[in-house]
Design a protein around this ligand. Structure first.
Ligand SMILES: *Cc1c(COP(=O)(O)O)cnc(C)c1O
Length: 412
């Protein structure tokens, strides 16, 4: 009999409630506030379902308090229209050293993805699975979706030659990649991306979602990486970026797309004039300050280092299969006999820790959780909870004792 988790009647009830809320939330997870309302007796401690750098949220808050709230500027943020799309693009262009004409400011990366898929995808869209679900859910009627399955035997790494063979066979006009990928965490290095882009020149639109790129690294100094600049050499390339995870500000809806000037013009001719808001406008302005950027870089690296440590600690728990990750989260496969729902329920009910049950993720066979890396203190609590749940059964004797049972020694 494989080991199993035994749920108390209260935990069983909680498990059913989670299931019901999940149905209401579609392909995303119920939020903590939804869970709080439905099950007021849960004591929430850690949200490791949502993915963000918590130190970055602190940094944004302290700037907002000092520069806006303490100076009485909050009212103006709410009362007036935010800057227009192209005005914010000018600021962001300075920050990223990109031409503003190539920047499309979006109400979160989700809007950038939607606008690109709706305006530039023609007939056939290729998405790798498992994926961030809006990448395939935003297809319009008339779009044909094709999926390329990342192989778990290969740790969900993209096999470039096999993928290119698939593209040549299927001939999609639009392909969407996420780097690092969510929920698998696998990462394509800059050299691999350049190789792919060179080979994909015939594809009309190549979308690369770099929403987790701030957590990826290729050198011991964790210098920032991105292919955004390559949009200058590859006119078919569209790079999408969310600020929600790395800057910890999902609530203000800030994201952008980097693409050819013609495409930015086409999108702006269709709308999106005031699609930012006072807070995101302030955030983009903050990004132009070298001091903010310097402080952000320090906590970005701190979060990467702590995340990688967290992942290696999870790997120490013998029953879990922990996939390598360049995101600020990690995909974990559960041993036989454990379901993602029962572990999610126990984590929440006994420890107040909310993790992502990946049962609904297309392209994952087996029972998986996605665990977000939080602050160091919270990560330690998550490790402790998992170590307790997956502690080796106390009854099992070590092999040594089975082979050489202890014989009471006779007194001489
Ligand atoms: C979370 C996520 C997004 C959404 O970003 P928003 O800016 O909050 O809309 C986009 N892409 C990926 C891969 C994500 O995981």
């Amino acid at each position: 009999m494989p080991p199993q988790l035994h749920l108390s009647p209260w935990e069983q009830g909680l498990s059913d409630q989670i299931k019901e809320l999940k149905i209401k939330s579609g392909s995303h997870s119920p939020s903590v506030s939804m869970l709080r309302q439905a099950a007021p007796d849960i004591i929430f401690k850690i949200d490791a379902c949502f993915l963000s750098n918590p130190y970055a949220t602190d940094l944004f808050m302290s700037n907002l308090e000092r520069e806006v709230i303490a100076r009485g500027g909050l009212r103006a943020l709410l009362e007036f229209y935010p800057a227009q799309n192209s005005t914010i693009a000018e600021q962001l262009g300075q920050t990223l050293n990109l031409r503003p004409e190539n920047l499309f400011i979006a109400n979160g990366a989700t809007e950038a993805i939607q606008s690109v898929v709706h305006n530039f995808a023609k007939k056939k869209i290729l998405v790798n699975l498992p994926a961030f679900s809006p990448h395939y859910e935003f297809a319009k009627t008339g779009h044909e979706m094709v999926f390329y399955y990342l192989d778990k035997k290969n740790n969900f790494e993209l096999d470039l030659e096999d993928y290119l063979g698939f593209v040549r066979k299927e001939k999609p006009d639009t392909i969407i990649l996420t780097n690092p990928n969510n929920p698998t965490g696998n990462y394509l290095r800059l050299a691999q991306m350049e190789y792919l882009l060179e080979a994909l020149k015939e594809v009309e639109t190549v979308v690369v979602d770099e929403s987790f790129i701030h957590f990826a690294f290729e050198d011991p100094l964790y210098l920032p990486v991105s292919i955004a600049k390559l949009t200058e050499s590859y006119p078919n390339l569209v790079v999408i970026k969310s600020m929600s995870k790395d800057f910890g500000i999902a609530g203000i809806r800030a994201g952008y797309g980097v693409m050819s000037e013609g495409r930015v013009k086409a999108l702006l001719a269709n709308g999106y004039l005031w699609n930012s808001n006072g807070f995101s406008e302030y955030f983009f302005r903050l990004c132009t300050q070298p001091k903010f950027w310097e402080e952000y870089e320090a906590i970005r690296k701190k979060h990467i280092i702590e995340t990688q440590k967290f992942i290696s600690q999870l790997k120490q728990i013998p029953m879990l299969r922990v996939y390598p990750s360049f995101g600020n989260f990690v995909l974990v496969e559960l041993p036989d006999g454990y379901t993602a729902r029962s572990v999610t329920t126990v984590m929440l009910g006994r420890y107040g820790i909310y993790v992502r049950d990946c049962t609904d993720k297309k392209g994952l066979q087996g029972e998986y959780l996605r665990i977000g890396s939080r602050s160091k203190k919270e990560n330690d609590q998550i490790i402790k909870a998992f170590s307790q749940i997956f502690a080796p059964p106390a009854a099992a004797k070590p092999l040594w004792e089975k082979l050489f049972p202890k014989v009471p020694r006779r007194r001489p």
